[in-house]
Design a protein around this ligand. Structure first.
Ligand code: FAQ
Length: 331
């Protein structure tokens, strides 16, 4: 009944929880109470959060790479300054999320190690290349737009530290989305060549952005449990549809066309309907066969190695400081 045999992928032995505690926990989730780090929680809840929050953190950090590609080639000083601060925001998001993850009893080193060892995922979207400047607009408009759609409900996630981290992240993501749309608007109203760049970026980013929301509900293995625990508030398909409905009119306002001949507005349901998503592409990207998977991991591993001396210096400094403070306290 309440015994929980954990999924192998959640890494760890099966845990048989105390039925009464588990029932109280489930009731707290059902009553929309926040779960805090020192509260009792079932091992499966803790593991699913470590999985999701750490993968989210990895996505923010790896997500800096495709945009970093354009820092030296931004078309003006203003564009360069904005892009730089956006990329710094993503690093900040990664840090809040790694901190939220640590409240679940796992160290930052452990979760980063899982990424570097290829055991943890990051968002599929960051395995696509940024080929022209309009990609900076498309990432802000579409990738950040999809991220916000997914993350606003996470501000009400049952786990307190994750929910609170998401509040600030969402404020920044919403600014990112607007700056991306403004780049697209400038290009779409520019010369024919600029408009063609904007169209090309939309053509390449549209379908991968729809995949960002995860597999269809029917095959989403974690959704039902995560929704019962109020980690997720909406299913993958529901969020994808909300994103499509919000984004298609924005694209039409730009005067661009979506790379989907089957896209149409259903008057009866008042929803935009797309053609079928090519889930084999999503699977390929998750299996490491996307256009940039190898490059992203190579750069991430190199960055980790290059930063080793900084972490070591910080550790030695912290040790010396603690020793000095202990000495002062003893005087
Ligand atoms: N990519 O059972 P579900 C951003 C995996 S941040 C890769 O449906 P779940 C900011 C999933 O992990 C973007 N893997 O899973 C930014 C699971 O595999 P596992 C990141 C994916 O967790 C903007 C398997 O498929 N946002 O963009 C993806 O219930 C611009 C089965 O899937 C977050 O992480 C995917 N797209 O739902 C930065 C938000 N989708 O773990 C820079 C938080 C699914 O068992 C520039 N995360 N998988 O090995 C979530 O909301 C959820 O984890 C979902 C997936 C919705 C992503």
């Amino acid at each position: 009944m309440y015994a929980q045999a954990l999924d192998q992928k959640d890494k760890g032995p099966a845990v048989i929880e105390d039925p009464e505690r588990l029932a109280r926990f489930e009731a707290r989730c059902a009553a929309d109470e926040k779960i805090e780090p020192k509260d009792w929680m079932p091992e499966a809840y803790r593991r699913t959060l470590i999985r999701q929050v750490s993968q989210h953190a990895h996505s923010e950090v790896i997500g800096m790479q495709p945009e970093g590609n354009w820092v030296t080639r931004a078309p003006s000083l203003k564009r360069k300054a904005v892009l730089l601060s956006k990329i710094q925001d993503e690093a900040g998001h990664g840090l809040y999320l790694y901190s939220a993850c640590e409240t679940l009893g796992v160290s930052r080193e452990e979760v980063v190690e899982a990424l570097l060892a290829g055991k943890a995922k990051y968002s599929s979207i960051f395995n696509y290349p940024t080929l022209n400047w309009a990609d900076m607009g498309a990432i802000g408009w579409l990738v950040d737009g999809a991220a916000i759609m997914n993350q606003i409900p996470l501000c009400r996630c049952s786990y307190g530290p994750y929910a609170r981290a998401m509040i600030r992240i969402c404020k920044e993501e919403s600014f990112h989305q607007r700056q991306g749309y403004e780049i697209m608007l400038t290009l779409a109203r520019g010369t024919p060549a600029q408009k063609a760049m904007a169209q090309d970026a939309l053509n390449r980013w549209w379908w991968p952005c729809l995949m960002m929301f995860g597999p269809p509900d029917a095959v989403s293995e974690h959704s039902s449990e995560s929704m019962r625990w109020k980690i997720k508030r909406f299913s993958n398909d529901d969020l994808r549809q909300k994103f499509i409905d919000a984004t298609v009119p924005q694209g039409l306002f730009l005067g661009l066309t979506f790379p989907d001949p089957e896209l149409k507005f259903n008057e009866a349901t008042e929803h935009w309907e797309t053609g079928p998503i090519d889930w084999s592409e999503f699977k390929r990207v998750l299996a490491g066969e996307g256009p940039c998977n190898r490059q992203r991991m190579r750069v991430r591993r190199q960055t980790e190695a290059d930063g080793a001396w900084v972490r070591e210096a910080a550790r030695v400094h912290a040790k010396k400081r603690a020793a000095r403070q202990a000495l002062q306290a003893a005087e």
